[in-house]
Design a protein around this ligand. Structure first.
Ligand code: SAH
Length: 351
């Protein structure tokens, strides 16, 4: 009999399993508490379950976490993980400590189909969607390895979350669930390259999650050059969806804008960006591009970034320059995996 993988299962599913095993439903809650609150992944250690149930669980169920294939720790405290899944596929997760926050950047797909020109994951192609258990498992695996409790999650690792909509919603529910990881929805961020139907759907979920939209260009001409998705949903359609999102949810949108030298970083581009987001309840994050060797894009100079921010401010657009984290360990999306290629593990271990 195929064992049921418990990571990713919700209360109803576990209660069904209890009924199959002829156990009372309240055991399902106890099992969730062991897994998500106490981080125990061995049935025999679940002390308040009767021995007979522990043995039945060993027979019928399993708890599989992604395996830490490589870990690199940056001078600034950022941990970059390469995690291996059951089928051998590898994904990345980045742990970012900052004040009281312990943020984990989680992957939603193996590879990515969106093919953004500046992104290291884009070049690796798309393999498959991640399951709820694989997304939730990234958090549990990193908590176990780092011995830290994750407080915030951003779906900014490999993949396009809104292209794996159902599974991502399932993961969000478990991260948020009081019997799960118990992380407030407003500490969960969904980042998208601009899948308009997904944004519309998300606006109707009644969730308090944060929506981040990767803009990276202030007009269609430039955006077409770096983000193929813009040929499917152009800026007019995207911005309309964003306006409607804010109207429906009353939630502020975060716009991500990676500054690329001599491409999208002039004061004129800042003026165009200000025009584009005008009237939308939002915040702009300016990110100096993390250069990916093969792609040829360079990041803007410090002065250029400051000029850009100043120009936005003149137009009453508040923008934060996001501190670069983990540059010394290639923490940009997809970089570690690109670098390690097929021989991950090996000498890249740092702990
Ligand atoms: N697919 C989603 C989430 C994954 S990428 C999205 O597009 O939003 C998370 C963020 O990192 C996105 O804003 C993405 O555009 C950005 N990003 C990718 N490669 C980057 C690089 N080399 N430097 C800076 N930001 C990058």
């Amino acid at each position: 009999m195929e064992k049921v993988q418990l990571i990713g299962a919700d209360l109803a599913t576990l209660q069904e399993l209890m009924s199959t095993l002829k156990e009372p439903p309240f055991r399902a809650k106890q099992i969730m508490q062991w897994i998500y609150h106490r981080g125990r992944f061995d049935f025999q250690q679940m002390g308040n379950l009767p021995k007979t149930l522990r043995d039945k669980l060993d027979e019928a169920a399993s708890i599989e976490l992604p395996r830490v294939a490589a870990r690199r720790i940056s001078r600034d405290g950022t941990h970059k993980y390469l995690l291996q899944l059951e089928d051998g596929a590898t994904i990345e997760a980045v742990f970012i400590p900052e004040g009281n926050r312990r943020t984990l950047c989680v992957s939603s797909q193996v590879g990515c189909p969106m093919d953004c020109r500046f992104c290291a994951t884009g070049t690796q192609g798309f393999r498959r969607n991640l399951t709820v258990g694989e997304m939730v498992g990234q958090v549990l695996a990193v908590q176990r390895d780092s011995k830290e409790k994750i407080t915030n999650i951003v779906l900014m690792g490999m993949g396009e979350p809104l292209a794996n909509y159902e599974q991502v919603m399932g993961a969000i529910r478990l991260w948020n669930d009081p019997l799960g990881l118990e992380i407030a929805a407003r500490r969960l961020t969904v980042s998208t390259c601009g899948l308009v139907p997904g944004i519309k759907r998300l606006s109707r979920e009644g969730l308090q999650v944060v929506l981040a939209v990767s803009l990276h260009a202030p007009n269609d001409e430039l955006r077409n050059q770096i983000m193929p998705i813009n040929r499917r949903y152009n800026l007019a359609q995207l911005m309309k969806a964003c306006r409607e999102y804010v109207e429906t949810t009353n939630r502020r949108i975060t716009f991500e804008y990676a500054l690329m030298r001599d491409f999208n970083d002039s004061p004129e581009h800042a003026r165009q960006l200000a025009q584009l987001v005008k009237g939308i309840l939002c915040h702009v994050n300016l990110i100096p591009l993390n250069p990916v060797a093969a792609h040829g894009w360079a990041s803007s100079t410090k002065e250029q970034v400051l000029l850009f921010q100043k120009e936005l401010a003149k137009h009453n657009i508040e923008a934060t320059i996001r501190a670069e984290r983990g540059a010394d360990i290639e923490a940009a999306c997809g970089q570690l995996k690109s670098r390690l290629g097929g021989k991950e593990g090996g000498n890249e271990h740092s702990g």
